[in-house]
Design a protein around this ligand. Structure first.
Ligand SMILES: [Zn+2]
Length: 465
């Protein structure tokens, strides 16, 4: 390693390069002269862009379903070369806003209440990530097989998540049977076959006509492209988790849509992190945008000339550049809120994040760029929201008509209702968990039954009302 010309330099070499030397070098000086870093937005700019968030006239949202998850890499052999598996656990948590409100009035929370906090469902998954082979397959193929089996297996008596993957990829809500998805290459190493067209009725797994090896529907996630037999698969784990969480969310949206579409009005779906997919799995973003657009155009049964947007979904971020930026401008948000209060207006405020704002103040980039930030990776628009009680959130909410480079309040789907429900959760971005312990302590009416059955109970409850 000490003689290697690439990769990381050994510690002893690195330590001889002092910071002072680096900064004084003409090459670094030349580079720095061309660099810019985002500046802090001033209070006036923020005050101009802020929008007051009205209270909803009526709150149709009655329940919250929050999806989150985690992964942990575990050594299964610690002598070198080490072998690792990565364990994923993810799933939805369900509760009613009414229960939350009731608990707010209780001064003492019984330990039994805490014990009642359970997820609807946890999907456990173990993926080989380094030096492990299944059935003699290479790491790439071992991972493909594992994902395929996981996605098309029934968990409890719920439908497999893969059915939802198919529903999403082929936009099956449209009823259009001609939807297709093309794999650029056969995912099996060494095979030369290109342009493999998948259709809504393509089986979950089929044999490649050229190499004879299996092609899985799950290959549309393209995660195997980031797996290297030697380097391992740790690169895919954050992308895989976020794809699985998104899939679990869509699984529940689909269940409600198929059960009774109007119930979607009564549920707020929360995703941990932004409504975005990075890495290879961004290929799910286009169908997600189409799904949001479709649900956003639902005709109001009471008045078919109007639409009744059915989707209440928000992504809440806990870390990253946007959260740091939100913390940075907190004083400006406070000032604007105080000024409004002096005028007798007690409201939450939200700052819609335009392309220009993001590239100027948050992420280095060209503020004049015509390509919207996150065009290929986000399925919603971003904002910073400060609730009446002072909690601050970095949120993503789908926008009508796809991606917007300068979203306005009215562009976000059901924003008044969504933000009102988020305010009730009071899990600010400074809490690490999606549902912080303080909130978890206040939750009841949860069970371990499969999600579809919980939703049925919810549906029956709602129909009875
Ligand atoms: Zn092939």
């Amino acid at each position: 390693m000490a003689y290697s010309s690439r990769g990381r330099k050994p510690m002893e070499r690195a330590s001889k390069i002092s910071h002072a030397n680096i900064i004084a070098s003409p090459e670094v000086q030349a580079l720095l002269s061309e660099c810019s870093i985002p500046r802090v937005a001033d209070t006036e700019t923020i005050a101009e862009l802020l929008v007051q968030v009205p209270d909803p006239e009526k709150q149709p949202i009655k329940a919250v379903i929050a999806v989150d998850g985690s992964f942990r890499e575990a050594l299964v052999r610690d002598e070198f070369p080490s072998a690792t598996l990565t364990f994923f656990a993810f799933g939805p948590l369900y509760f009613k806003l009414e229960d939350l409100r009731q608990l707010d009035h209780e001064t003492f929370i019984a330990p039994e209440d805490l014990a009642k906090l359970k997820t609807i469902q946890r999907f456990p998954l173990a993926v080989p990530t380094r030096n492990i082979s299944r059935r003699g397959l290479g790491l790439q193929d071992s991972i493909r097989l594992t994902l395929h089996e996981f996605l098309f297996k029934r968990h409890h008596d719920d439908e497999p998540l893969g059915v939802t993957l198919r529903w999403l990829v082929f936009r099956q809500w449209t009823g259009d049977r001609t939807q297709s998805r093309t794999l650029e290459h056969c995912p099996n190493l060494g095979c030369t076959r290109e342009k493999i067209v998948l259709l809504p009725d393509t089986p979950d797994v089929f044999d490649c006509q050229v190499c004879g090896k299996p092609i899985y529907l799950a290959d549309v996630l393209r995660l195997h492209e980031l797996v290297d037999d030697e380097q391992g698969a740790s690169r895919i784990t954050p992308y895989l988790l976020s794809a699985l969480e998104t899939l679990a969310l869509v699984h529940l949206i689909r269940a409600l849509w198929e059960m009774k579409p109007l119930l979607l009005r009564e549920v707020l779906f929360i995703k941990d992190g932004p409504l975005a997919l990075f890495g290879q799995v961004f290929t799910l973003v286009e169908p997600l945008k189409d799904l949001a657009t479709f649900l956003g155009q639902f005709p109001d049964p009471a008045n078919p000339t109007r639409t009744l947007p059915l989707l209440n979904v928000v992504g809440l971020e806990k870390s990253g550049s946007f959260v740091e930026h939100a913390a940075n401008i907190e004083k400006s948000l406070d000032k604007a809120q105080d000024a409004a209060r002096a005028d007798g207006i007690d409201a939450g405020v939200m700052l819609p994040l335009s392309n220009e704002y993001i590239y100027k103040y948050v992420i280095p980039g060209d503020p004049g760029s015509t390509i919207p930030y996150g065009q290929n990776t986000y399925w919603g628009g971003k904002m910073i929201f400060k609730a009446k009680d002072g909690s601050t959130y970095v949120a993503t909410v789908p926008t009508f008509g796809g991606h917007k480079s300068k979203p306005e309040f009215k562009d976000f789907m059901n924003l008044t209702e969504v933000l009102a429900a988020v305010s009730e959760l009071r899990c600010s971005m400074y809490d690490n968990a999606l549902i912080p312990v303080a909130l978890a302590n206040r939750l009841v009416s949860l069970s371990e039954a499969p999600s579809s059955r919980i939703l049925e109970t919810f549906a029956k409850d709602s129909i009875r009302r």
